[in-house]
Design a binder for this molecule. Structure first.
Ligand SMILES: Cc1ncc(C[n+]2csc(CCOP(=O)(O)OP(=O)(O)O)c2C)c(N)n1
Length: 512
């Protein structure tokens, strides 16, 4: 057995059975090993940002890491932005990066790079295997690291000779510590704060936004008068009819400050003290009132559901009825304004759909309008690096087979990793993508004003995606994905409904 085979055996033994890959020469033995060791689902991405973004989406739904297979430092570097997003989403990922053979490295061949250096800022764990005999053990530790709560990025660099040399020894699965408990005295302190009756807000993030944890949080809020809010960007929110409707901290600083005004106690549950995406002249960086006391019930790694359940018990908070949310009124008619699009999507969203939200400006107000939609999961971009929507949809579809993915996709962001559509076609993934073709970087037009800049022709040209217009129907068809254009809500509704009844991916270019 060579090192590459021991790697595949170890990954499978550790529960990693999906590999998003974009290989090169240094990974050829790994690729060959995949034929000899059955059981790994291999998914080809035509750019490393697709590979890493897909691994993020997979973890969010499957709740276990996938592997990525990347080629040398530059292949890893191409995937870094979506690893950054995955890190912000607290997703576990096992990166396998093939590299120059140990004895070839001194020659400084063209693809030689500081691979560890590129890996480190996005990884919680980095190791370069030095011998075939240790590859199995190294891979087992990598998976253990990736599975450590709340989910970590582990990068294992494999010089080519460690893959092809005989003497590989498969590693067994290593134990993974469960998410740590929150100490009872912390729960007690938070209960005391909540009983004070002073204005308090529970800010939820991470797995505190799953249905069970949310339901405890809702009971706590109902019993104490505290408010509930979700962090601005969240890896996965379980929402829709029958679940707790929770709003997010708004993106625009002024709106966020307003939403948090009056709070005396900010209680963090898997979330962090909220800050603006950027500094803006004359606006605060921290969004909560400066005099609000910040309390931490649970940090990212903790078991939030358990902490909230204990808090519920300690407060004796009884079951509480959910607030009324409007049921979607049916698909909208006429021009596709953001409100009309939200209404149409809310009305037609299939049960247990997975919404991938990279809708940027068009989608700002989608959340409140979809509280009453069929139960679904909502996956957002967590690291602000655009170009993750299409890959996230790939990973979510593979991580949760049988569920329809509805990707709400801004056009500018979509173009960063557009080739992910090809993977959707090849893997026949049930993904309906609605591209909001406003043909500009709309959000940045607003940002020009927010930072006090005074744009001229050149500045405006940098934010304009027209001239020539992107043709999303032909782009999609060129990658094997069926597609059609819509200009009204009626057309959008027809195409959505059609796409939900058939297998495989579909793209709707919605001209707005
Ligand atoms: C990796 C990365 N590059 C650049 C940016 C800066 N940026 C933020 S939003 C944006 C344009 C978004 O345009 P689009 O996706 O079309 O959404 P719209 O604002 O039109 O709704 C850009 C370039 C970013 N956030 N991340």
């Amino acid at each position: 057995m060579n090192g590459a085979e021991s790697l595949v055996h170890t990954l499978l033994a550790s529960g990693v059975d999906t590999c998003f890959s974009n290989p090169g020469t240094s990974e050829m033995h790994f690729v060959a090993a995949l034929d000899r060791v059955p059981g790994m689902r291999c998914v080809l991405g035509l750019f490393e940002g697709v590979v890493t973004g897909a691994a993020d989406g997979y973890y969010r739904m499957a709740e276990k890491p996938a592997a990525t297979l990347l080629h040398c430092g530059p292949g890893l570097a191409n995937g870094l932005a979506n690893l950054h997003n995955a890190r912000r989403a607290q997703s576990g990922v096992v990166n396998i990066v093939g590299d120059q053979a140990t004895y070839h490295r001194p020659y400084d061949a063209p693809l030689t790079a500081d691979t560890e250096g590129w890996a480190r800022p996005v990884s919680s764990w980095v190791r370069t295997a030095m011998r075939a005999a240790t590859v199995g053990a190294d891979a087992a530790v990598a998976v253990q690291a990736a599975r450590t709560s709340p989910g970590q990025i582990a990068t294992l660099i494999l010089p080519a000779d460690t893959a092809w040399t005989d003497g590989g020894e498969p590693g067994g699965a290593l134990p993974v510590q469960p998410a740590p408990h929150v100490a009872p005295n912390i729960v007690q302190q938070i209960a005391r704060v909540l009983r004070s009756g002073e204005p308090a807000l529970l800010l939820l993030g991470g797995t505190a936004l799953r249905a069970g944890a949310l339901s405890s949080a809702h009971r706590i809020a109902a019993a104490t008068g505290a408010r509930l809010m979700a962090a601005g960007s969240n890896a996965r929110v379980e929402r829709g009819r029958g679940r707790v409707p929770i709003d997010r901290v708004p993106y625009p600083v002024d709106q966020a400050v307003k939403a948090l005004a009056g709070i005396k106690h900010l209680i963090l549950v898997g979330a962090v003290d909220p800050v603006g995406f950027f500094a803006y002249p004359g606006k605060p960086g921290r969004l909560a009132p400066p005099d609000a006391a910040v309390h931490v019930l649970s940090r990212a790694e903790h078991d939030h559901a358990e902490a909230l359940a204990h808090l519920c018990d300690m407060l004796g908070a009884p079951a509480a009825a959910l607030p009324e949310v409007a049921r979607p009124a049916g698909p909208a008619r006429g021009a596709p304004t953001p409100e009309a699009i939200a209404q149409t999507v809310a009305a037609l969203l299939p049960e247990q759909a997975i919404v991938v939200d990279e809708a940027v400006t068009t989608g700002r107000g989608f959340f409140p309008a979809t509280h009453g939609a069929a139960p679904h999961d909502w996956l957002a971009l967590c690291g602000g690096a655009i170009g993750e929507g299409i890959p996230l949809a790939v990973g979510a579809a593979i991580g949760a087979p049988g569920r329809r993915v509805v990707a709400l996709q801004a056009d500018g962001s979509g173009m960063y990793t557009v080739q992910g559509l090809w993977t959707q076609a090849r893997e026949r993934l049930d993904v309906t993508t609605v591209v909001f073709a406003n043909r500009k970087y709309q959000i940045l037009l607003g940002e020009l004003a927010n930072v006090g800049a005074n744009p001229g022709r050149t500045a405006l040209d940098m934010l304009d995606l027209g001239n020539p217009n992107l043709d999303w129907v032909r782009l999609s068809q060129g990658m094997g994905v069926e597609a059609a254009r819509a200009e009204t809500c009626e057309q959008l509704a027809d195409l959505l409904a059609q796409s939900f009844t058939r297998k495989g991916p579909f793209v709707i270019e919605l001209v707005i």
